[in-house]
Write a new protein. Structure first.
Length: 270
C-alpha cells in the first residue's frame, strides 16, 4: 500500500488519469491525498468530483479556494467569473449530492509526520492548534449555520490572527489562511494580491513557509495553491501545485519514500 499526495487538479481529469497510470495507482490498496482545488478553470470538474467521491476513504482531499467558490456560487453568494468552468456541476442531476459531499471535506488533514492544507498556515500556529481551528471551522461549515458562514465568508479582513477573534471574523481568518495564503509579514499579516514568483514578493512580506520561527515547521506540510513557484520538495515542505492548468505539470509524491511522479499537461487556461 502506498499514499500519493497530488497537486491542484482544477478540473484536469485527463491529466489525473494519466498520472494515476504513471504511478500504477491501485484503487483497492493505495490512497490519494489531494491538496484541494479539485474544481474550476479546467474542463472536467464534474468528472473530478464524481471520481474522487467514488473513491470513498481511499482518497482524502482538503478544501481549496476554488472548491469554496463553487459552494458560494451554488448558494447565490458569489458570481461566476468569466473563466469559471463550473456550469456542468451546477446543472448536474447529482449536483446536490456532490455539493453536500464537497462541503463535508476538511480544511486540514494530518497523519503521522505529514499535514496537508491547501494554501498554508500562519506562523503563530503549530499543527495541533491549526487542526483545532480547522475542526472548529468545519463544524460550522458542515452544521446548521453553514449558510450564515457562506454569507460572511468572503473578505480580506481581519488580515491577521488574534485568539480573541470571534464569530465570522474568526472563521474568515482561518479560512483565508488555509485556502488563500501565499505571503505574510513576519508577524502573520496576510496579503492576497501577490500570485507571482518568490523573488517578486512585495517588501515586508515573505512566503508563509519561510517565516523565521514558524511554529508548524516541525511537521512536513503538504500544500498547493501557489502555481507560480512550481514544485518544491524540501525537508518540511511539499508544495505540489506545478501548474497543470497552465500547461506545465501535474505532480505526485509517494509519501513513503518521497519519490516524485509528474506528467506534462495540455494548456487549458490563459
Amino acid at each position: 500500500m502506498a499514499t500519493y499526495a497530488i497537486g491542484d487538479l482544477q478540473g484536469c481529469f485527463g491529466s489525473l488519469q494519466e498520472l494515476l497510470g504513471e504511478i500504477g495507482f491501485n484503487e483497492s490498496a493505495d490512497r490519494l491525498w489531494l491538496v484541494g482545488d479539485l474544481v474550476n478553470r479546467g474542463p472536467q470538474s464534474l468528472e473530478i468530483l464524481r471520481f474522487v467521491k467514488s473513491l470513498g476513504d481511499r482518497a482524502v482531499s482538503v478544501l481549496g479556494n476554488h472548491d469554496l467558490h463553487l459552494l458560494m456560487i451554488a448558494e447565490g453568494r458569489a458570481r461566476q467569473h468569466r473563466k469559471d468552468t463550473l456550469g456542468a456541476i451546477l446543472a448536474a442531476p447529482d449536483r446536490d449530492e456532490l455539493l453536500t459531499w464537497l462541503r463535508g471535506l476538511p480544511l486540514m488533514h494530518s497523519d503521522g509526520e505529514y499535514t496537508m492544507v491547501h494554501a498554508g498556515l500562519l506562523p503563530s500556529w503549530d499543527v495541533d492548534q491549526a487542526l483545532d481551528l480547522a475542526r472548529e471551522t468545519e463544524h460550522v461549515l458542515q452544521g446548521s449555520d453553514w449558510r450564515g458562514l457562506m454569507a460572511q465568508m468572503y473578505g480580506n479582513q481581519p488580515d491577521h490572527w488574534e485568539e480573541a477573534l470571534s464569530g465570522y471574523d474568526r472563521l474568515r481568518v482561518i479560512i483565508n489562511a488555509m485556502t488563500r495564503l501565499r505571503i505574510c509579514t513576519a508577524d502573520g499579516r496576510m496579503e492576497f494580491s501577490h500570485k507571482g514568483a518568490i523573488e517578486d514578493v512585495p517588501a515586508g512580506y515573505m512566503p508563509w513557509f519561510a517565516v523565521p520561527g514558524r511554529k508548524s515547521a516541525k511537521s512536513t506540510l503538504i500544500c498547493g495553491h501557489w502555481s507560480a513557484i512550481g514544485l518544491l520538495a524540501e525537508t518540511n515542505l511539499l508544495a505540489l501545485d506545478s501548474g497543470c492548468l497552465w500547461g506545465r505539470r501535474l505532480s505526485a509524491v509517494r509519501l513513503e519514500d518521497r519519490r516524485i511522479y509528474q506528467v506534462t499537461c495540455p494548456k487549458l487556461a490563459d
